[in-house]
Design a protein around this ligand. Sequence first.
Ligand SMILES: Nc1nc2c(ncn2[C@@H]2O[C@H](COP(=O)(O)OP(=O)(O)O)[C@@H](O)[C@H]2O)c(=O)[nH]1
Ligand SMILES: [Mg+2]
Length: 243
Amino acid sequence: MSKANVANVAKIDVVIPALNEEASLALVLADVPHPFVRRVVVADNGSVDGTARVAREGGAEVVTAPRRGYGSACLAGLAHLRRTGPPDVVVFVDADYSDHPEELPSLVTPILAGEADLVIGSRVLGRRERGALLPQARAGNLVACLLIRLFYGHRFTDLGPFRAIRWDALERLGMADPDFGWTAEMQVKAVREGLKATEVPVSYRRRVGVSKITGTVSGTLRAGYKILWTVARHIGHIGRTHP
Ligand SMILES: Nc1nc2c(ncn2[C@@H]2O[C@H](COP(=O)(O)OP(=O)(O)O)[C@@H](O)[C@H]2O)c(=O)[nH]1
Ligand SMILES: [Mg+2]
């Protein structure tokens, strides 16, 4: 069955958390493969630049999240999809043009084929532009993935933002983290819930614009702490659903 036919059958929507990304967002939206993708939701909380305007001009729906934070933005995007007709599969992409949205079908196809519930786009397995994945991000991911392997028994190589998950599987996870722990929370809860989680290699390039997280010392420290806290927090619940 061709991608177009698969797309016609399955509803695939994209959530893009964006904070002050007017310089990069149009590039991201232009590379989202339509009609494979049905809708794009840009979750903006507190941008002071033209992010919302650029999003609308690029054909995206814009939702605002009351609370600052990566997770909070993702939650606002999901709430909008839940209210207005959820998809079969939801894909998360960053707004800084570091991910390659055109690679999205390689993340979704294993889910549509019933081989996976969650697919992480691994920047570690994929081709990276020099300086795209900062050493502190790489080191943090390595430690977190090691702990997940040690305590959850599942091998991940990355906590990358570019990922796809089946909607009903995501709903079972009860996602809640409002900021930096979001990606780790999804992966440890998915393993705990017994979801089929896998990875595909994705390309990664240097972002357009200014990093809000790993490109800053405070962002790196806060993200590092929150990710490790999130991995540690759910260790006791392995095998038990929804503590
Ligand atoms: N809406 C929203 N998006 C955010 C927030 N913080 C980061 N983002 C977005 O999340 C993505 C990842 O942030 P980024 O600055 O690239 O972090 P890095 O990749 O770790 O350097 C980007 O698309 C940001 O615009 C936030 O507080 N609110
Ligand atoms: Mg980034």
